[in-house]
Design a protein around this ligand. Structure first.
Ligand code: NAP
Ligand code: 3JM
Length: 340
């Protein structure tokens, strides 16, 4: 029997994540029968390439999803809120990149290396949620550590690239950097303060408890993906003047005795993880090395000497690839192979 192929739509195709989704579909040779690129009225008529063909971007409307099997969404939370149920109602399965549906109990929240079994729950709403970029790169190395040593508490601080905010933020860092280096006045529109040569402890909106929404996403999503609400997690999320690649300092306290050597050995055989940890050669994960790659890089693995069972590590990944587009396409691959 010939392999199945699928009618695919990319919603938000002209954005930073959508553009990478298109590349991932091409690179991974996803079994595409037909492809549709959707965006707002602003980009309707623009021409994009897919596997050597020209595809005209269409405005997303309620009729866009008729005949579509799989829709990859990255067009913002309010767009997902409005259109994902319409798309699902039309009979297609939505893989959504926004935070809109992630914590819905009827929507699976999936990182294929961690909880691929959850994809089976897609039938409830026709929607599968892709986690936040900072969550994805943290839960992949946490999973085997939790299985073997029982994680009690995680303390994470992030150093997040501007590409996570979208195309306008990439331009803002570039323009501000150029202006400052030329002794010109710099303007900020996307962020509340200058991002060039600065760090902003502010990602997404602030909530009543003093945390940012990005910090709360990391806590709730990690527990849902690891299927364990007993894990204590606290996060500080920071935007830094880096174009691509999020870095994270992660402190892990476990119930069982743990050593750096055991963690290194465990992560060295974990699919999707690359251990980069050779201090004599000054080797540790770097955003500039992770950019353009699909793996999650872990290094600086060392004992937390302040508690009986603790580990510190440094985790880096390309936020637009594994943090968003690659993970979404990997979900679609499992869906296509095992469920459709
Ligand atoms: P972006 O570069 O600003 O792109 C936004 C995309 O959404 C564009 O294609 C835009 O189309 C489209 N869009 C906006 N409003 C729309 C509407 N009303 N109808 C149809 N299309 C609309 O942003 P991005 O960085 O690619 O991020 C897009 C979304 O993906 C985010 O809002 C977020 O929800 C999600 N995201 C998730 C992660 C993750 O960690 N998983 C990371 C980054 C982003 P036009 O060209 O017509 O404006
Ligand atoms: C990453 O429409 C919006 O406000 C999107 C905001 C956004 C999100 C989100 O909350 O969906 C920008 C960048 C994310 C995310 O992955 O959570």
């Amino acid at each position: 029997m010939p392999d199945k192929t699928f009618n695919v739509a990319v919603a938000g195709a002209t954005g930073a994540v959508g553009n990478q989704m298109i590349t991932c579909l091409e690179e991974r040779n996803f079994p595409v029968k037909s492809i549709k690129f959707l965006a707002s009225h602003r980009s309707a008529g623009r021409k994009l390439r897919f596997k050597g063909d020209t595809v005209v971007v269409e405005e997303m409307t309620e009729d866009s999803f008729k005949g579509v099997d799989i829709a990859l969404f990255s067009a913002g939370g309010s767009t997902s809120k409005q259109f994902a149920p319409i798309a699902a109602e039309s009979g297609c399965v939505v893989v959504d990149n926004s935070s809109q549906w992630r914590m819905d109990p009827e929507v699976p929240l999936v990182v294929p290396e961690v909880n691929p079994h959850a994809i089976a729950q897609y039938t409830k709403k026709g929607i599968i949620a892709n986690p936040n970029c900072s969550t994805i790169q943290m839960v992949v190395p946490l999973k085997p550590i939790h299985q073997k040593f029982e994680i009690k508490r995680v303390v994470v601080s992030t150093y997040q690239a501007v590409s996570g905010t979208g195309k306008k933020a990439i331009d803002e860092l570039f323009d501000q950097t150029r202006a400052i280096l030329n002794f010109q006045e710099s303007k900020n529109k996307v962020y509340p303060h200058r991002i060039a040569f600065n760090c902003l402890p502010h990602i997404d909106v602030f909530l009543d408890n003093g945390y940012s929404k990005e910090e709360v996403k990391m806590v709730n999503e990690t527990r849902k993906i690891l299927e364990d609400d007993s894990i204590g997690i606290t996060a500080t999320t920071v935007r830094v003047p880096v174009f691509y690649g999020h870095s994270e300092s992660v402190n892990i306290e476990t119930n069982k005795p743990i050593s750096a050597a055991e963690v290194r050995a465990l992560l060295e055989k974990e699919p999707g993880v690359v251990v980069v940890d050779d201090l004599e050669k000054n080797l540790y994960p770097l955003a500039i090395d992770a950019a353009g790659r699909d793996e999650i890089f872990v290094g600086r693995i060392r004992q937390d000497e302040s508690i009986p069972n603790g580990i510190n590590m440094w985790i880096v990944a390309d936020n637009i690839r594994k943090g968003a587009a690659t993970n979404a396409v990997q979900i679609a691959e499992v869906l296509a192979k095992e469920y459709l």
